[in-house]
Design a protein around this ligand. Structure first.
Ligand SMILES: [Zn+2]
Length: 155
Protein backbone atom coordinates (compact mmCIF):
# COMPACT_ATOMS: atom_id res chain seq x y z
CA UNK A 1 0.00 0.00 0.00
CA UNK A 2 2.75 2.39 0.94
CA UNK A 3 4.57 1.54 -2.22
CA UNK A 4 1.51 2.29 -4.34
CA UNK A 5 1.15 5.66 -2.59
CA UNK A 6 4.73 6.55 -3.52
CA UNK A 7 4.11 5.47 -7.10
CA UNK A 8 0.87 7.46 -7.19
CA UNK A 9 2.71 10.54 -5.89
CA UNK A 10 5.18 10.26 -8.76
CA UNK A 11 2.30 10.04 -11.25
CA UNK A 12 0.51 12.93 -9.56
CA UNK A 13 3.55 15.15 -10.09
CA UNK A 14 4.11 13.95 -13.64
CA UNK A 15 0.42 14.14 -14.54
CA UNK A 16 -0.29 17.55 -13.08
CA UNK A 17 0.66 19.49 -16.26
CA UNK A 18 -1.59 17.29 -18.41
CA UNK A 19 -4.66 19.23 -19.48
CA UNK A 20 -6.82 16.20 -20.20
CA UNK A 21 -8.14 14.71 -16.98
CA UNK A 22 -8.95 11.40 -18.63
CA UNK A 23 -5.37 10.92 -19.82
CA UNK A 24 -4.18 11.86 -16.34
CA UNK A 25 -6.45 9.23 -14.80
CA UNK A 26 -5.16 6.57 -17.18
CA UNK A 27 -1.60 7.58 -16.23
CA UNK A 28 -2.53 6.97 -12.57
CA UNK A 29 -3.72 3.48 -13.45
CA UNK A 30 -0.58 2.86 -15.49
CA UNK A 31 1.74 3.78 -12.63
CA UNK A 32 0.09 1.14 -10.43
CA UNK A 33 -0.21 -1.48 -13.17
CA UNK A 34 3.22 -3.22 -12.90
CA UNK A 35 2.79 -4.11 -9.22
CA UNK A 36 -0.86 -5.04 -9.67
CA UNK A 37 -0.02 -7.31 -12.62
CA UNK A 38 2.92 -8.87 -10.78
CA UNK A 39 0.85 -9.67 -7.70
CA UNK A 40 -2.16 -10.81 -9.73
CA UNK A 41 -0.04 -13.26 -11.69
CA UNK A 42 1.96 -14.40 -8.65
CA UNK A 43 -0.75 -14.71 -6.02
CA UNK A 44 -3.93 -14.81 -8.09
CA UNK A 45 -2.65 -17.06 -10.83
CA UNK A 46 -0.01 -18.99 -8.92
CA UNK A 47 2.52 -18.20 -11.64
CA UNK A 48 6.24 -18.69 -10.97
CA UNK A 49 8.30 -15.55 -10.38
CA UNK A 50 10.13 -15.81 -13.71
CA UNK A 51 6.78 -15.57 -15.49
CA UNK A 52 5.84 -12.44 -13.49
CA UNK A 53 9.08 -10.57 -14.13
CA UNK A 54 8.08 -9.17 -17.57
CA UNK A 55 5.59 -6.98 -15.68
CA UNK A 56 8.61 -5.00 -14.50
CA UNK A 57 10.42 -4.64 -17.82
CA UNK A 58 9.98 -1.78 -20.33
CA UNK A 59 9.28 -4.01 -23.32
CA UNK A 60 7.39 -6.65 -21.32
CA UNK A 61 4.79 -4.08 -20.32
CA UNK A 62 3.90 -3.16 -23.89
CA UNK A 63 1.55 -6.13 -24.49
CA UNK A 64 -0.21 -5.50 -21.17
CA UNK A 65 -0.71 -1.82 -22.07
CA UNK A 66 -1.93 -2.80 -25.52
CA UNK A 67 -4.55 -5.10 -24.04
CA UNK A 68 -5.47 -2.41 -21.51
CA UNK A 69 -5.90 0.14 -24.30
CA UNK A 70 -8.33 -2.21 -26.05
CA UNK A 71 -10.76 -1.55 -23.18
CA UNK A 72 -11.20 2.01 -24.49
CA UNK A 73 -13.21 3.16 -27.49
CA UNK A 74 -11.26 3.13 -30.72
CA UNK A 75 -10.67 6.89 -30.88
CA UNK A 76 -9.04 6.78 -27.45
CA UNK A 77 -6.89 3.65 -27.74
CA UNK A 78 -3.70 5.33 -28.89
CA UNK A 79 -3.82 7.93 -26.11
CA UNK A 80 -4.79 5.27 -23.56
CA UNK A 81 -1.91 3.04 -24.65
CA UNK A 82 0.68 5.79 -24.30
CA UNK A 83 -0.76 7.02 -21.00
CA UNK A 84 -0.71 3.48 -19.59
CA UNK A 85 2.80 2.86 -20.89
CA UNK A 86 4.03 6.22 -19.60
CA UNK A 87 2.67 5.40 -16.16
CA UNK A 88 4.22 1.93 -16.25
CA UNK A 89 7.63 3.26 -17.25
CA UNK A 90 7.42 5.90 -14.52
CA UNK A 91 6.78 3.04 -12.10
CA UNK A 92 9.93 1.31 -13.32
CA UNK A 93 11.98 4.49 -12.79
CA UNK A 94 10.81 4.71 -9.17
CA UNK A 95 11.49 0.99 -8.65
CA UNK A 96 14.95 1.48 -10.13
CA UNK A 97 15.94 3.36 -6.98
CA UNK A 98 15.14 0.42 -4.70
CA UNK A 99 17.73 -1.82 -3.14
CA UNK A 100 16.97 -5.47 -3.81
CA UNK A 101 20.01 -6.73 -1.91
CA UNK A 102 22.24 -5.83 -4.82
CA UNK A 103 20.39 -8.02 -7.30
CA UNK A 104 17.92 -5.62 -8.91
CA UNK A 105 14.63 -6.81 -10.35
CA UNK A 106 14.16 -4.73 -13.47
CA UNK A 107 15.55 -6.41 -16.55
CA UNK A 108 15.87 -3.35 -18.78
CA UNK A 109 16.96 -5.39 -21.79
CA UNK A 110 14.23 -8.06 -21.57
CA UNK A 111 13.70 -10.16 -23.73
CA UNK A 112 17.23 -9.76 -25.08
CA UNK A 113 18.92 -9.79 -21.67
CA UNK A 114 17.87 -10.84 -18.19
CA UNK A 115 20.56 -8.71 -16.52
CA UNK A 116 18.93 -6.63 -13.77
CA UNK A 117 19.88 -3.20 -12.51
CA UNK A 118 19.19 -1.24 -9.33
CA UNK A 119 20.41 2.05 -7.87
CA UNK A 120 19.96 0.95 -4.26
CA UNK A 121 18.84 4.30 -2.86
CA UNK A 122 16.21 2.79 -0.52
CA UNK A 123 15.03 -0.61 0.70
CA UNK A 124 11.53 -1.91 -0.09
CA UNK A 125 10.73 -1.97 3.64
CA UNK A 126 11.46 1.79 3.75
CA UNK A 127 8.30 2.47 1.72
CA UNK A 128 6.14 3.15 4.82
CA UNK A 129 8.64 5.86 5.80
CA UNK A 130 8.07 7.47 2.42
CA UNK A 131 4.30 7.71 2.86
CA UNK A 132 4.34 11.08 4.63
CA UNK A 133 6.77 12.68 2.15
CA UNK A 134 4.63 11.27 -0.68
CA UNK A 135 1.47 12.78 0.82
CA UNK A 136 3.32 16.07 1.37
CA UNK A 137 4.45 16.00 -2.25
CA UNK A 138 0.89 15.44 -3.49
CA UNK A 139 -0.41 18.25 -1.25
CA UNK A 140 2.41 20.58 -2.26
CA UNK A 141 1.88 20.04 -5.98
CA UNK A 142 -1.86 20.47 -5.61
CA UNK A 143 -1.39 23.63 -3.56
CA UNK A 144 1.07 25.09 -6.07
CA UNK A 145 -1.32 24.26 -8.89
CA UNK A 146 -4.21 25.97 -7.13
CA UNK A 147 -2.14 29.02 -6.20
CA UNK A 148 -0.99 29.41 -9.78
CA UNK A 149 -4.61 29.37 -10.85
CA UNK A 150 -4.13 26.49 -13.24
CA UNK A 151 -6.61 23.89 -12.19
CA UNK A 152 -6.54 20.67 -14.18
CA UNK A 153 -9.73 19.56 -15.85
CA UNK A 154 -11.54 16.92 -13.87
CA UNK A 155 -11.67 13.45 -15.40
ZN1 LIG B 1 7.07 -2.34 -8.81
Amino acid sequence: MADLLVHFASAFVAGRPLQDGRVRSILYVGVCLPDLLFKLLLYGGGAPTWLCEPTHTPLGLIPFCYVGALLFEEAWRKRAFFALLGGCWLHLLVDLGKNYMGNGVIAWGFPFSMQTVELGWYYPEDSPLMMLPALALIAGVELLGRLSGRRPASP
